[in-house]
Design a binder for this molecule. Structure first.
Ligand SMILES: Cc1cc2nc3c(=O)[nH]c(=O)nc-3n(C[C@H](O)[C@H](O)[C@H](O)COP(=O)(O)OP(=O)(O)OC[C@H]3O[C@@H](n4cnc5c(N)ncnc54)[C@H](O)[C@@H]3O)c2cc1C
Length: 457
C-alpha cells in the first residue's frame, strides 16, 4: 500500500492507533479457523466518523477494508485475502448506556460479550446470547456472525436482541437503523439485514440491544444413555412435554471418549450419548420442570441422571462439555469445525450418518453441540498432510449433502466467510445468490468492504 495512503489514514486515527510493522500486522492474518493474507495496515478507530473517513479514502484509492472484532471467528470472516486495512474495534469498547426502565443497552462493537452480561446482571438484567467464546468474543463480532450458543433454544440468537444499529456504509455514509423501542416497523428491516452480514455490508459502530430480566435460578441435569437414539428420543420427549429448557447440549460417543480421556469425570465406558440440560426461571418452577425432565430421561432409558441446583455442582456436570473443544486436539492437530443444523426429528439420522462417514473416511469425526435446536458442531480432526486434508474435504461435502437431504442448513452460527463459500450453492439457488450479490453491489459498488467473503467468485 502506498505510503501516502498510510499517512492519510494515520492522520484520521492518529499514528499511535496504527500498526505498520510486519510482526504486528502478521497477527491480524488469522482467525480461530484459518489464515489469510497479511494486512497492509491495522487501525484502531474510535468513532463512526473516523471509520467513515477511512471508507471514503478506500473508495478513492481502492483498497479492501476488513472489520475485525476479537478474531475468534471460525470461518475466516475477519481475515484479509489480499492486503488492505484491518479495522480493529478494541478501542471502541464502551458500554454507553444501560436503561433498566426500558430494558435496553447501547454499546460500542468492541465490548466483550461476557463483560456486558456481567454489567447488566448488576441491574438484575440478562443479555442471553452466549457463544462458547463469550469470554473473549465481541458484540460487534457476534452481530457480524449472528452468534448463538447453548441458550438459543429458549432465548434465541443475537439477531433477536438487536433493536438498532449505527452503521457506516462501505461508501462512507453513516446510517442509524432500527429503533430504541420494543416494536418498530417503519420501512424495510435494515437492522436484520446487517446482522449476520459478516462485515460485508457495513461497519457497525454502535448497537442498541434488548435486555430481559435475569432468571432467578437454574437447575442442571446430566443424563447418560447407552444409545444415541435414546438421547435423541429424550430430547423430543422433553420438547413434546411443553418444557422449554434454556439449554440441551449433546455429546456423541466419540466426543465423550475424547473428553473423558483428557479430563476424566468417571463416566462409564461405552456411553452412546450424553445430554446436559438446564432450566431457568423462578425457584419453584425450575424445581418442577427439572423433576419432570428427570422422569422423562429415565423413561427414555437414561442409565444415569444427576440433577443439581448448586452452581458449583453444575460446574462439575458441565466439565465434559466445557473441556471438549480443547480435548479434541489430543486426537489430531488440525480441526475442521462445521456447525450444521437439522430438524430435531432428524438428529439420530444425522448422528448415524456421521458415524458411517467416520468409518468410510477413516478420520476422527466428533459431533456435539446444541441438540435442543438441532445445531451440531461436527469436528473433523486431521493430521496436517495432503492425504488427510483431501479426506476431510470429501467428508465436509458428504456432511453437507446429508444435512441438506435431512432438511437442514449448512451453518447455524459460524457463518460462511471463506471456509464455506465454495459450498453455498449446495443450499442456495442461483437466483437467491444473485439477489444477495445484488444487495452487496448496491451497498458496496466498488467491493471495498471485506471482499471475497460469503460468495465464491
Ligand atoms: C472455542 C470457540 C468456540 C466458539 N463457540 C461459538 C458458539 O458457541 N457460537 C457461535 O455462534 N460462535 C462460536 N464461535 C465463533 C466466534 O467466537 C463467533 O463467531 C463470534 O461471534 C466472533 O466474534 P469476534 O469478536 O471474535 O469477531 P471476529 O471473528 O473478529 O469477526 C467475525 C465477523 O464479524 C465481522 N465484524 C466484526 N466486527 C464488526 C463490526 N464492528 N462491523 C461489522 N462487521 C464486524 C468480521 O468482519 C467477521 O466477518 C466460537 C469460536 C471459538 C474459537
Amino acid at each position: 500500500m502506498d505510503l501516502k495512503i498510510i499517512n492519510e489514514i494515520a492522520k484520521i486515527v492518529g499514528e499511535k492507533n496504527c500498526l505498520t510493522s510486519l510482526e504486528e500486522r502478521r497477527c491480524y492474518a488469522y482467525d480461530a479457523r484459518t489464515d489469510g493474507a497479511i494486512p497492509d495496515l491495522v487501525v484502531f478507530p474510535s468513532s463512526a466518523k473516523e471509520v467513515s473517513e477511512i471508507l471514503i479514502l478506500a473508495n478513492k484509492y481502492i483498497f479492501p477494508v476488513i472489520p475485525r472484532g476479537q478474531g475468534s471467528g471460525l470461518t475466516g470472516g475477519s481475515i484479509p485475502l489480499n492486503g488492505g486495512v484491518v479495522l480493529s474495534f478494541t478501542r471502541m469498547n464502551r458500554i454507553l448506556e444501560i436503561d433498566p426502565e426500558n430494558l435496553i443497552a447501547i454499546v460500542e462493537p468492541g465490548v466483550i460479550t461476557f463483560e456486558l452480561q456481567q454489567e447488566v446482571a448488576k441491574y438484575g438484567l440478562f443479555y442471553p446470547p452466549d457463544p462458547a467464546s463469550y469470554k473473549y468474543s465481541s458484540i460487534g463480532g457476534n452481530v457480524g456472525e449472528c452468534a448463538g450458543g447453548p441458550n438459543s433454544l429458549k432465548y434465541g440468537v443475537t439477531r433477536d436482541y438487536v433493536l438498532g444499529l449505527e452503521v457506516v456504509k462501505p461508501t462512507g455514509e453513516i446510517l442509524n437503523v432500527g429503533v430504541k423501542t420494543m416494536k418498530g416497523v417503519v420501512g424495510y428491516d435494515l437492522t436484520r439485514l446487517f446482522v449476520g452480514s459478516e462485515g460485508t455490508l457495513g461497519v457497525i459502530t454502535k448497537i442498541i440491544l434488548k435486555l430481559i430480566p435475569l432468571p432467578e435460578a437454574k437447575a442442571t441435569i446430566l443424563a447418560l444413555f447407552n444409545e444415541v437414539e435414546e438421547a435423541a428420543e429424550a430430547v423430543s420427549a422433553i420438547i413434546a412435554a411443553k418444557i422449554v429448557p434454556s439449554t440441551i447440549e449433546f455429546m456423541d460417543k466419540a466426543s465423550i471418549k475424547c473428553s473423558e480421556q483428557a479430563n476424566p469425570m468417571g463416566l462409564p465406558e461405552g456411553i452412546g450419548g450424553l445430554l446436559l440440560i438446564e432450566v431457568d426461571g423462578d425457584k419453584e418452577s425450575i424445581r418442577i420442570q427439572a423433576e419432570k425432565i428427570k422422569r422423562i430421561v429415565l423413561e427414555k432409558k437414561a442409565i444415569k441422571c444427576e440433577l443439581t441446583e448448586d452452581p458449583k455442582e453444575a460446574d462439575r456436570l458441565w466439565q465434559a462439555r466445557r473441556t471438549l473443544s480443547q480435548a479434541t486436539y489430543n486426537l489430531n492437530p488440525v480441526k475442521i469445525a462445521e456447525d450444521v443444523v437439522v430438524p430435531r426429528s432428524n438428529i439420530p439420522r444425522l448422528i448415524r450418518a456421521l458415524e458411517e462417514m467416520e468409518k468410510k473416511f477413516n478420520i476422527p469425526i466428533l459431533s456435539f453441540g446444541h441438540a435442543g435446536d438441532g445445531n451440531f458442531h461436527v469436528s473433523i480432526m486431521i493430521k496436517d498432510n495432503p492425504e488427510d486434508r483431501a479426506k476431510a474435504e470429501e467428508a465436509v461435502k458428504a456432511i453437507f449433502e446429508e444435512t441438506l437431504k435431512l432438511g437442514g442448513t449448512l451453518s447455524g452460527e459460524h457463518g460462511i466467510g471463506t471456509a464455506k463459500a465454495p459450498y453455498i450453492g449446495m443450499e442456495l439457488s442461483p437466483e437467491v445468490i444473485a439477489t444477495m450479490k445484488g444487495i452487496k453491489k448496491l451497498f458496496d459498488p466498488k467491493n471495498i468492504l471485506n471482499p471475497g467473503k460469503i460468495f465464491p467468485d
